[in-house]
Design a protein around this ligand. Sequence first.
Ligand code: TPP
Ligand code: MG
Length: 543
Amino acid sequence: MRYDHGGGLLTAHLKSLGVDTVFGIVSVHNLPLVEAVEADPELRFVPVRHEASAVNAADAHGRARGSIGCALTSTGTGAGNAAGSLIEALASGTSVLHITGQVESAYLGSGRGFIHETKDQLGMLAAVSKYAATVTSARDAGRVLREASAAALTAPGGPASVEWPIDLQYAVQEDDGQGAPAFEVPVPDASALAGARELLATARRPLIWAGGGANTARDQLLALLETTGAGLLTSNSGRGAVPEDHDQVIGNFATTPAARALLADADVVVTVGTHFRSNETADYGIRLPEAHIQIDVDAAALGRVYPASHALHGDAGAVLPRLTEVAVRADGGWTERVRRAREEVRAVLHDGIGPQAAVCDALAAALPRGAVVARDVTIPSSAWGNRLLPIHDPRANVFPRGGGIGQGLGMGIGAALARPDEPTVVIAGDGGLAVHLGELLTLAQERPRLTLVVFNDGGYGVLRNMQATYTERRSGVDLFTPDFAQLAAACSLPYARIGDASQAAKVIDAAVASDGPTLVEVDLATLGPMKNPFTPPVKIPTR
Ligand SMILES: Cc1ncc(C[n+]2csc(CCOP(=O)(O)OP(=O)(O)O)c2C)c(N)n1
Ligand SMILES: [Mg+2]
């Protein structure tokens, strides 16, 4: 195919991927691309206010659809601004096609100070992306885009960055349509698989632990769960792979005493596509049974944290049915114990969060099944949003897996635009929201069905709690916080306040039912403290 310039090539490529929304900031170094997206009736260009948010929004747009998102940034500072959020997509293995500018190809690497030029932009992108490449000719761009997208979409996924010199963006493109690489799906070792099958054929107290890698094998996971009567633990990323109202789902509660006791008594654990991240394993401190069948498409993950007695290098969707074929039913008492543990961990947490339980309950009641809950890194997310607030579909489960604050609103906007027919909720703290406060303007401009719930405690509460627990200091945690009612008014955003628990249901119901954005402030000073203050599950290394 021949295209007048790179814009036509890009839009055709995006449509072939099913992408209909692109997030970015326009620049002299991406102008033909932005204009082509904007001009195409099948595509929407969303001008966000920071490149990090462009990547967060594109990432979450992909997560909410179970596909890939696209972000467009400028050269140099623009690409650098995107880097923090590319790190998030890399940490989470989510698929983002990031296209950024580059100086004219004649000046690449010349150090002449061409506008936006930076040292080793490709090296920077390579460090934070799964794939990074430079377009080197107008015959080459199509291949690079296809290769990048295939890398982003192939499990374990990640961001793919393409830097495109501005002269080559404007050039006539000759695309031969070649070069979409085929990736081989790994097949587990036959003897490891046979051993795993033998083990499951006699297991009477099985547990399953699902991570984000199980999200593409939902039916197969459910079949193994129901055939065995096992209990299901999940990482935060594995939430919703089986809907969390299923009575065998314990969920993201592995570090609780009840779940640890189950792990101690289990005769086998099958783990599926999980990292065993530090926060979800008490810094790798919780114990797993020795009989450990681990399934992962990423060879590096096998045995990386916990030894795997049966390491199955393969795709969960293909491997799980091989186990289900031979699996037997657990002891009836075991499945009963799983159900009791499920109830117990929820009741204990519900009680421990005190008045915030009213907000959690209100959200659970107001949201339709499968609606996206995007969660910034704030106490309400860490304490209950990541566990208690039910998730029934992995595409609803949007949160920064790398733990970086400030990404929630951008993610929420991306997800809300991916799912215009449903409400989306963002849970953010006052500190995290301030990182990309400019995205309130994107929210005001695009007006998606998004309820932004800001938990205002006038600072970085989680660090305050850590300091109170460990050092009795108060350093760097108290923040000037805006008057949110006035801020909302200045942005033409409807505003509501939850000042005590009795107001939660009414405020949340109205906001979620509206067909546009609402800023809801939860005033934590008047709502009152949690019964058990939250301190993060991280250790002080010297203690
Ligand atoms: C990018 C980034 N910078 C700093 C941190 C450290 N950090 C973790 S939570 C947090 C406080 C967030 O404050 P807020 O959003 O108000 O939530 P709160 O803890 O008050 O509930 C900070 C600064 C981080 N996780 N990510
Ligand atoms: Mg705060």
